[in-house]
Design a binder for this molecule. Structure first.
Ligand code: ATP
Ligand code: MG
Ligand code: MG
Ligand code: MG
Length: 570
C-alpha cells in the first residue's frame, strides 16, 4: 500500500467524549469515527485491523471444526416469542416494525435464528456434533454506550453455536471452543485470563469469559495467583463466601425454598435484629441464559458492599449485570431507577422495609415461579466507613480451591463460551432422532467474541505517550517505509521503492509513506497509528549503504545495511 493512495485520518486532538485511552487513540489514529452514540464508521485504517482479527478468528474456528455461515441481522419477532426472550430481553433489544406492521428485531445475538436452522436441517444424531459460526454486525441498544468500540451499540461479533446429541458431546465441543479461544487471544498477543462465569443451565462450570486484563475494564475478576482459580465477581462471590463464611451462608445460598423462616436466617447471618430497617432491596432476575436466578441485594448504610452492587444494577449498562439480569423490582433506593425492564411495571416503593418483611418478597418471587439459587450476602454487612469498595471484601479471602488467597483485578470481556443445554432447543422444538429413533432435544452451546471490542482491549494493554503499539498480528500495517525526500532524491526514491517492492513480494503488510510529509509529521503519524516496524531511508544513510530501523517500542533507531533491511522486518 502507498500512503498517497490510502486514507490516513490522524488527528491532533481526541474528542471530548473519549474517556479512555483506546477510544482516544482509535479516533486520533483515524481508525474510527463517531456517527451516533455507540455507532461508528470503521475507517480504512481501522478496518484493516478488524479484518486481521477476523482472519485469526476464522482460522481458529475452522481449526476447531466450526463451519461458517451468515444469518440475517433482521430477525422476525416470532422466533423471540417462541424462545420467550421477546418478553424477557428488555430495552437492549432493538425492535422495529415493517410496513405491514409486523414485529422484527435487529439481532443482538442469534440463538433463535440458529435454532430455527437446526430444527429444519438436523434430523438425525448422525449429523451431530455440528458447530456453526458467523462474523456479523450486532446491535444492542446499550443504555450507556461508551469507550468507543468497546461498548458500542452496533458492533461486530463472531458468534458460534454448537449442536450435540448429549451433554457429554457438548462438553467435548465446549472444550474445543475454549481451547480455540485461548489460541485466538494468544495469537493476538493479549494478556488475558479465562474466568468462570455464571453456571450454565446444565450444571458444572457451564461458562467462561475471556477477560483481557486492564485497569479500565468494566468487569471485576477474582483470581488466585497461586492456582488456576479465576472467576468473574458474580460467579466468584458465592463460592468465595461459601468457602470462607461457613455453613450459614452455604445453607442460604443453596436452599432454594425460602419462607418466613428465611428472614431469621438472614438476620442471624448478618448479625442484625429482625426489625432492622433496610434502605433497599433489589431483586434481579437472570433473564438471559441458564437457570432463572434472583439476586437480592440489600442496603443498610450508604457505602456498603451491597450498595456498590445496587449502584451497578441501577446504572444498567454500567455493569455486566445490567444485561444478564433483569431487575424485576426495587424497593426504596436507589433513586433514578425507572422500573422493571421489559415489563414496564412501576417500581414498588415500600416504606419501612425490614429484614422480617423482606422475606415476603422472596416468597412472592418464588410463587411467581422463580427458583432462588444465588442469594449472596456479603459477609456481615459492614459499616459504611469499613468498606470502600467490593474489592476489600473478597480480596484476601481463601480461594475456594484451598490453594491460596484471592486477589481482584479488572478485565475487559472479549469473549464468552457457554453451555446452553436444551434451553432453546426445547423452547423451539429442535429435536433429532437418536439411535433408537426417538426424538430428543439437541444440546447446544454458544460462543461469542467481540471482534471490534478486541481492538480497544488490545490498545488498553499496548500504548504509550506517542500512541498505539499494535501487537503485530492485528496491526493495520506491519511495516512502514519512510523515505526522507521521496520527491527530491532519486536514490532515496529508488531504494524505498525497492525495499517496499521486496516486502510486498515477501507477503509483508507494508505501507510506503510517499506523501512527501516532513519527517516529524510522518513519524508522529505512524507512531500514533502504532505500526510495529519502521524503516527510514535517507540520503545520509544511503551514502554508507545504511537504513534506519526502529521498532515501535524501541527508544532509538538502529542502522542496518540496506541489504539486510527486508530480512530484518520480514
Ligand atoms: P458485556 O458483559 O460487556 O455487556 P455480554 O456478556 O453482554 O458483554 P455476550 O453476550 O457474552 O456479551 O457477547 C459476546 C461478546 O460480544 C462479548 O464477550 C463482548 O466481547 C462482545 N460484546 C458484547 N457487547 C458488546 C458491545 N456493546 N460492544 C462491543 N462488544 C460487545
Ligand atoms: Mg458479560
Ligand atoms: Mg452485555
Ligand atoms: Mg458475555
Amino acid at each position: 500500500m502507498k500512503a498517497s493512495r490510502f486514507f490516513i485520518g490522524t488527528l491532533k486532538e481526541a474528542p471530548a467524549d473519549a474517556e479512555i485511552v483506546s477510544h482516544q487513540l482509535m479516533v486520533r489514529a483515524g481508525m474510527i469515527r463517531r456517527v451516533a452514540g455507540g455507532i461508528y464508521d470503521y475507517m480504512p485504517m481501522g478496518l484493516r485491523s478488524i479484518r486481521k482479527v477476523e482472519k485469526i478468528v476464522r482460522e481458529e474456528m475452522e481449526r476447531a471444526g466450526a463451519i461458517e455461515l451468515l444469518m440475517p441481522a433482521v430477525q422476525p419477532a416470532e422466533f423471540w416469542q417462541e424462545s420467550g426472550r421477546w418478553a424477557k430481553y428488555g430495552p437492549e433489544l432493538l425492535r422495529l416494525k415493517d410496513r405491514h406492521d409486523r414485529d422484527f428485531v435487529i439481532g443482538p445475538t442469534h440463538e433463535e435464528v440458529i435454532t430455527d436452522i437446526a430444527r429444519r436441517e438436523i434430523k438425525s444424531y448422525r449429523q451431530m456434533p455440528i458447530n456453526f459460526y458467523q462474523i456479523q454486525t450486532k446491535f444492542r441498544d446499550e443504555i450507556r454506550p461508551r469507550f468507543g468500540v468497546m461498548r458500542g451499540r452496533e458492533f461486530i461479533m463472531k458468534d458460534a453455536y454448537s449442536f450435540d446429541k448429549d451433554v457429554d458431546g457438548l462438553k467435548i465441543t465446549y472444550q474445543k471452543m475454549y481451547d480455540a479461544y485461548s489460541a485466538v487471544f494468544n495469537r493476538m498477543g493479549l494478556t488475558f485470563r479465562a474466568v468462570a462465569a455464571d453456571n450454565g443451565s446444565i450444571g458444572g462450570t457451564g461458562s467462561h469469559e475471556f477477560q483481557v486484563i486492564a485497569d479500565t475494564g468494566e468487569d471485576e475478576i477474582v483470581y488466585c495467583p497461586t492456582s488456576d482459580y479465576a472467576a468473574n465477581i458474580e460467579a466468584a462471590e458465592a463460592p468465595a463466601l461459601i468457602a470462607t463464611r461457613g455453613a450459614a451462608t452455604q445453607a442460604l445460598t443453596k436452599t432454594p425454598t425460602p419462607g418466613k423462616a428465611k428472614c431469621e436466617d438472614v438476620a442471624e447471618l448478618l448479625g442484625i435484629p429482625l426489625e432492622t430497617t433496610i434502605k433497599s432491596v433489589v431483586m434481579a432476575v437472570d433473564a438471559a441464559e441458564g437457570p432463572t436466578k434472583i439476586v437480592l441485594l440489600l442496603v443498610r448504610g450508604d457505602h456498603s458492599i451491597n450498595e456498590v452492587k445496587v449502584t451497578k444494577l441501577a446504572g444498567l449498562g454500567d455493569a455486566r449485570m445490567a444485561t444478564e439480569h433483569e431487575i424485576i423490582a426495587t424497593f426504596g433506593t436507589p433513586p433514578g431507577y425507572l422500573g422493571p425492564i421489559g415489563t414496564k411495571q412501576p417500581v414498588t416503593v415500600i416504606a419501612d422495609l425490614t429484614v422480617a418483611n423482606m422475606a415476603d418478597f422472596v416468597v412472592g418471587a418464588n410463587e411467581a415461579g422463580h427458583h432462588i439459587t444465588g442469594v449472596n450476602w456479603g459477609r456481615d454487612l459492614p459499616e459504611p466507613d469499613q468498606v470502600a469498595d467490593i474489592r476489600e471484601v473478597v480480596a484476601g479471602d481463601a480461594s475456594p480451591d484451598g490453594k491460596g488467597v484471592l486477589e481482584i483485578c479488572r478485565g475487559i470481556e472479549v469473549g464468552q463460551v457457554f453451555q446452553l443445554g436444551t434451553k432453546y432447543s426445547e423452547a423451539m422444538n429442535a429435536t433429532y432422532l437418536d439411535e433408537s429413533g426417538k426424538p430428543q432435544p439437541m444440546v447446544m452451546g454458544c460462543y461469542g467474541i467481540g471482534v471490534t471490542r478486541v481492538l480497544g482491549a488490545a490498545i488498553e494493554q499496548n500504548y504509550d505517550a506517542r500512541g498505539i503499539i499494535w501487537p503485530e498480528a492485528i496491526a493495520p500495517f506491519e511495516v512502514v517505509v519512510c523515505p526522507m525526500g521521496y520527491d527530491r532524491s532519486e536514490s532515496v526514491r529508488a531504494e524505498a521503492d525497492r525495499i517496499y517492492g521486496e516486502l510486498v513480494a515477501a507477503g509483508i503488510d507494508v505501507i510506503l509513506d510517499d506523501r512527501g510529509e516532513r519527517p516529524g509529521v510522518m513519524f508522529a503519524d505512524w507512531e500514533l497509528i502504532g505500526v510495529p516496524h519502521r524503516l527510514v531511508i535517507g540520503d545520509r544513510g544511503l551514502k554508507e549503504s545504511k537504513v534506519e530501523y526502529q521498532g515501535r517500542r524501541d527508544t532509538e533507531a538502529t542502522l542496518l545495511p540496506v541489504g539486510e533491511a527486508v530480512a530484518h522486518v520480514a
